[in-house]
Ligand binder design. Structure first.
Ligand code: FAD
Ligand code: THG
Length: 816
């Protein structure tokens, strides 16, 4: 009898393109999870193949407004701290110090200290004397204060690459340098192989970890990779006598001088300085010269461009002012190093929706590299990352956000803004306007103040409503929370509660799901019961296999085989499309259609005269849909309201949008109708307790913790059902009311209970009807009435756990 071969599930064949820090880290994380058939193809010579990693100075500051980026960075530090090569550690935990030289910056450091506390990063605001103690070469008279994070530090990026490469190799991975990828082969929408100048490598999965060459690899695969390479200056000074005798490569904290767009680190007795102060220097990734090994000795790597002295000169003055010892020194070497910028500054991760098995792990800093690699490996092996990564998901870009000109313009802007003090509501300046609803002209006539989201121009309030705000008494705001805010929002909120208002809901994502299998499909994909007659609208959740909330939807059954789904991010379309059987069609109809929310106690008086259909509560109930005409305009009317008032979402095609607006405006004239913006909208939805997916809840949370368990029907089958727990949640999205009616917070602030850091704020807004600021926060389960403290600009703000919903618990305003 022949021997029985050992039966093992075959490990999928993975080809990783690029052996920078990301490719090496990914090979390590994949092989650690048992995916050992990993080939890493690298065009340059190992161990320093010539990409951005090859000369990154390796500063790791972990604090970020983004929880996801902070988590990535925390893992990178944890991992690199435990790695060494020949006794040399891959991380030097010298700490980080961000300096303030202006009051605005000092306030921003307090906010950053808030993010750090919210995401579990140790740090404290320190005075100028302490800054000097930490960094003796500083002129402390320039400094107002600093933010010190003792666990930040310096990554030895090439060494960490090598350590991970060696570990992955020991588990079976192979790294092939001097292999230039020239093509990606595919069949029926799936990747099959990677072609190089030295042969073809079959693959079940391909990951492009090609750094700023991402767009080049993307083109081979037929997909857009929205990143722009830009050069950034880095110099080393001559040895400083003040540092003579220093043995360690670095012992002082890495330093940021954001007011002048500079950062500093030690190189034994020299100082290394990086600058974002110069003009953006975009690089065409398709025109980057190939690695010339003969010239490599002179640092002429593909990612290293000649130093442009004129871009550096003004910064040198700034350096000398901050560090007077530099006055006697000079720059010994400098270069313009290239790395990636994306339209929103976040990495680009995930599997392409056009080409299955083709993954991106690009626009990643050394700082986030290990965290990103872990997330992508989990995504490939387990089907999803353990952390919420929706801000990095490559599907987040709308079509209009992938054009080369958009990516270039935004990338340059991101470069310029790297260290700017940015308000959470601050919109991008260019390119605008990009997407506008059909009501744009009317909105402009009404003096709309627009902010941008997803490329859309979105009115936040209308100056035309200023007279309504006269005489309203509102608490004074501090300068920061008064930005991108107007008392007019309070007047618009009141008009919605008392009369009727028109809200532009066009940016709300709409999917049309049709076909004989549509009902079964949506029923299997979502948590609520959809088996209702046409005309029903259902609030339902998309869960992933682990029971995390991927999205919350409204599903309107317009005909037996035709549904209109109100969704959130582009990832919803991707998720549904991935799972859809052949007899179901899914179309994103957002751009071709538009929507007006008509909400307020007079909404019925406004709409009823325009139609022969009966819009009474009896004939057109709450969460019902009707296709009808309003005047000349065919509309789909959904009776629901994210602001918690009587009314309808009215949809029509884009061509008829302006006519719809004018029809409603005319019909509402005698009722005192107004147009209202998102500032009021956000306040009203928080009073009603409606969650915003992506901010209040993500796939890190299950529906019961998030407070949307009412939409889960355990008596049916759906994706994620078996993962849901029966035990009561130990943490919850908790409604807080600030005790002082004059206090406000904005979101992402840390929350303490009895002085112990316990969670963070998600959304916040002043509740104009309640006369208090509302903050939702992730906290351990706490009884109503518990006192908590929110840190805002370094102050402790008192708040109390409140009973939900905060407004109209009996739903008397909506159901009538
Ligand atoms: P890379 O290191 O560029 O690796 C991509 C690899 O893909 C390259 O080796 C390339 O040769 C290979 N490749 C490309 N095309 C092909 C092909 N067709 N076939 C085969 N192989 C291919 N980050 C920080 O966190 N902190 C810092 O302080 C910091 N400072 C920086 C300073 C400078 C001057 C520069 C330039 C960057 C800095 N960065 C910093 C950014 C950081 O270096 C990069 O974001 C990071 O190294 C990117 O790693 P990666 O693996 O994605 O890309
Ligand atoms: N309108 C439409 N679709 C949407 C939204 C919307 N999809 C995405 C997002 N917004 C979904 N979020 C909500 C949140 C709450 C409600 C509607 C959409 C809502 N909830 C009621 C409640 O909780 O009391 C009713 C729930 C129920 O009866 O099951 O109205 O704004 N089209």
């Amino acid at each position: 009898m022949s021997s029985t071969p050992e039966i093992r599930p075959r490990s999928p064949k993975v080809v990783v393109i690029g052996a920078g820090i990301v490719g090496c880290s990914l090979a390590d994380e994949l092989t650690a999870r048992g995916w050992t058939d990993v080939t890493v193809l690298e065009q340059g010579p190992l161990p320093a193949p010539g990409g951005s990693t090859s000369h990154a100075p390796g500063l790791v500051f972990r604090t970020s407004p983004s929880k996801t980026l902070a988590e990535f960075a925390k893992y990178t530090v944890e991992k690199f701290n435990a790695l060494e090569v020949d006794g040399v550690p891959c991380f030097q935990q010298v700490g980080g110090l961000e300096l303030a030289t202006t009051p605005e910056r000092l306030a921003d450091l307090h906010r950053r200290a808030g993010y750090a506390a919210a995401w579990g990063i140790r740090g404290e605001i320190v005075d100028a004397a302490r800054c000097k103690e930490l960094w003796p070469l500083l002129d402390e008279s320039v400094v107002l204060g600093g933010f010190h994070t003792p666990d930040d530090g310096l990554a030895r990026a090439l060494l960490a690459s090598r350590a991970q490469l060696e570990r992955a190799t020991a588990r079976g991975a192979r790294f092939l340098d001097r292999h230039t990828v020239t093509g990606i082969e595919q069949e029926s929408g799936r990747v099959t192989a990677v072609v190089t100048d030295r042969g073809t490598f079959p693959a079940d999965h391909v990951v492009s970890a090609a750094g700023f060459w991402g767009p080049v690899i993307g083109r081979m695969a037929g997909i857009d990779v929205p990143l722009q390479p830009l050069a950034h200056q880095y110099v080393k000074t001559k040895p400083l006598p003040e540092l003579a005798g220093h043995a360690a490569e670095a012992s002082r904290p890495i330093l940021r001088y954001q007011d002048r767009d500079l950062y500093f680190r030690e190189h034994t007795d020299r100082i290394g300085i990086g600058s974002y102060a110069h003009r953006p220097l975009p690089v065409d990734p398709f025109a980057v010269p190939a690695y010339d090994e003969a010239r490599a000795r002179d640092m002429e790597m593909p990612s290293s461009y000649p130093f442009t002295t004129e871009d550096w000169t003004p910064s040198w003055e700034d350096c000398r002012r901050l560090v007077p010892a530099l006055g006697a020194s000079e720059v010994e070497e400098g270069f313009n190093g290239v790395f990636s910028f994306t339209p929103d500054g976040m990495p680009v991760l995930g599997e392409s929706r056009r080409l299955r098995g083709f993954w991106l792990a690009e626009a990643v800093w050394v700082t986030h590299s290990a965290g990103v690699a872990r997330a992508v490996a989990e995504w490939m092996v387990d089907g999803r990352p353990a952390l919420d990564v929706h801000e990095c998901d490559l599907t987040r870009f709308e079509d209009a956000q992938r054009s080369p000109s958009y990516v270039r313009e935004r990338g340059c802007q991101q470069f310029a803004e790297v260290y700017d003090v940015l308000h959470p509501l601050q919109p991008m300046e260019q390119p605008r306007p990009l997407r506008v609803s059909p009501f744009y002209a009317r909105q402009q006539e009404l003096g709309a103040f627009f902010l941008e989201g997803g490329g859309w121009e979105r009115p936040h309030w209308y100056e035309a409503n200023a007279p309504l705000a006269e005489g309203m008494s509102l608490p004074e705001r501090d300068a920061w929370s008064a930005r991108y805010w107007s008392p007019i929002a309070a007047a618009e909120a009141r008009a919605t509660r008392e009369k009727v208002a028109l809200y532009d809901m066009t940016p709300l994502r709409r999917l049309e799901v049709t076909g004989p299998g549509a009902l079964d499909f949506l029923d299997r994909m979502t948590t609520n019961n959809l088996r209702k007659k046409p005309g029903a609208v259902t609030y339902s959740l998309l869960l992933d296999e682990r029971g995390g909330v991927r999205s919350d939807l409204t599903v309107a059954r317009l005909a037996p085989d035709r549904f209109q789904v109100g969704a959130n991010s582009p990832a919803d379309l991707d998720w549904l499309t991935r799972h859809a059987p052949a007899d179901v069609q899914i179309r994103d109809i957002t751009s071709g259609t538009c929507c007006i929310g008509v909400w307020g106690p007079l909404a019925r008086d406004l709409v009823q005269p325009l139609t022969r259909d009966d819009f009474s509560h009896e004939a057109f109930g709450y969460f019902r849909a009707k296709e009808t005409y309003l005047g000349h305009v065919p509309v789909t009317a959904l009776r629901l309201s994210y602001v918690g008032e009587l009314g309808w979402e009215l949809y029509t095609t884009a061509d008829l949008g302006l006519r719809l607006w004018d029809t409603l405006w005319e019909a509402g004239r005698d009722l005192g109708v107004i147009a209202a913006g998102r500032s009021a909208f956000n306040s009203l939805r928080l009073e009603k307790g409606y969650r915003a997916w992506g901010t209040d809840m993500t796939d890190e949370h299950d529906p019961f913790e998030a407070g949307v368990g009412f939409a889960v029907r355990r008596d049916k089958e759906f994706v994620g059902r078996s993962a849901l727990s029966d035990s009561p949640p130990t943490r919850r999205l908790t409604a807080l009311l600030l005790d002082d009616p004059a206090a406000v917070v904005l979101g992402k602030e840390p929350v303490s209970v009895d002085g112990v850091p316990s969670g963070y704020v998600t959304s916040a807004s002043y509740g104009y009807t309640l006369g208090r600021c509302i903050a939702y926060a992730w906290l351990p389960t706490l009884p109503t009435g518990t006192a908590v403290q929110i840190a805002y600009l370094g102050e402790k703000v008192a708040a109390t756990v409140a009973e939900e919903p905060l407004f109209d618990p009996k739903m008397t305003r909506i159901r009538r």
